[in-house]
Design a protein around this ligand. Structure first.
Ligand code: HEC
Ligand code: HEC
Length: 224
């Protein structure tokens, strides 16, 4: 019985490894060679149960990167990373030093491919259609304290909002809309120890959908 289980797991592992496209496999090699795994988990969620596990890495978990990010944004960001969090990751007092390792363009594309292959089955595709809806705006800016912790583009396209959470000003090009909803539904699965309040029980599923659609419609400020 035990043997059979091992054999099955082995087969599942082989299958997963074999299912990486050649480009993604090349990206995985770059990811390992550049030491990205020293700061980022690419396996989860079982490995991230404890606070110690989580704090052992200096960067956010990437095991669901393919469900969280938009591929175009990811490839560009890896080649030219700009701060996403105003504050340093896991800190409320230190500014983000903005010193993320940069990849050559030729490496960024395959690494983006590799990261896009890391997905979570908890993210249901096609549920969230981005839309600047008044209900979502009301929740984000008034009924719930979202804007107190997250930056967004204000009426005159200026950056408004709080600085303790990741900036959402470019959420519409950075994040997969369906992941935003999945995260609101199951915050602990994706970010087990982060300081974002849990809205399960405070927001109905319908209102989570409304605010997810609203955030997913955020676009970067117009600039050159
Ligand atoms: C010294 C630690 C460190 C190393 C090494 C590192 N990162 Fe990061 N990474 C971070 C931190 C900290 C952030 C958060 C940056 C921010 O919010 O601006 C981050 C953010 C990211 C993000 C966005 C994740 C999110 O949820 O916002 C991606 C994608 C990423 N890193 C990929 C990589 C890749 C690929 C490499 C290897 C070339 C790498 N990182 C190397 C620390 C690191
Ligand atoms: C008390 C501050 C706080 C409030 C209030 C708050 N958040 Fe957050 N939020 C955070 C923190 C902290 C994180 C995770 C930080 C990290 O990964 O570095 C986060 C993460 C997120 C993310 C994922 C961003 C990313 O790039 O990983 C989204 C989307 C988000 N919040 C939306 C919301 C919405 C919508 C609301 C209101 C319903 C809200 N937040 C309220 C602090 C807050």
């Amino acid at each position: 019985m035990k043997l059979m289980l091992t054999a099955t797991l082995g087969a599942a592992f082989l299958f997963a490894a074999a299912s990486l496209s050649p480009v993604a496999a090349a990206g995985k090699d770059v990811f390992e060679a550049k030491g990205c795994g020293g700061c980022h988990y690419t396996e989860g969620p079982a490995r991230e149960k404890t606070i110690d596990d989580q704090l052992a890495k200096k960067g956010p978990e990437l095991w669901y990167a393919g469900s969280k990010f938009q591929k175009d944004w990811l490839g560009k960001w890896l080649a030219d990373p700009k701060p996403i969090r105003p504050m340093k990751f896991n800190s409320l007092t230190e500014e983000n030093p903005g010193d993320h390792p940069k990849l050559a363009a030729g490496d960024a594309a395959p690494v983006a491919d590799f990261l896009m292959s890391l997905t979570s089955a908890e993210v249901v595709a096609g549920e969230v259609k981005p839309k600047n809806n008044p209900k979502g705006r009301l929740i984000f800016s008034k009924n719930m304290p979202c804007s107190g912790c997250h930056q967004y583009a204000g009426r005159k396209n200026e950056i408004a909002g709080g600085r303790s959470g990741p900036s959402l000003a470019e959420a519409g090009v950075r994040l997969n809309p369906d992941w935003i909803l999945a995260y609101l539904r199951k915050p602990k699965l994706f970010k087990p120890v982060k300081m974002m309040p849990v809205f399960v029980g405070l927001l109905s599923d319908k209102d989570m959908l409304n605010v997810a659609r609203y955030v997913a419609a955020f676009k970067p400020k117009k600039k050159k």
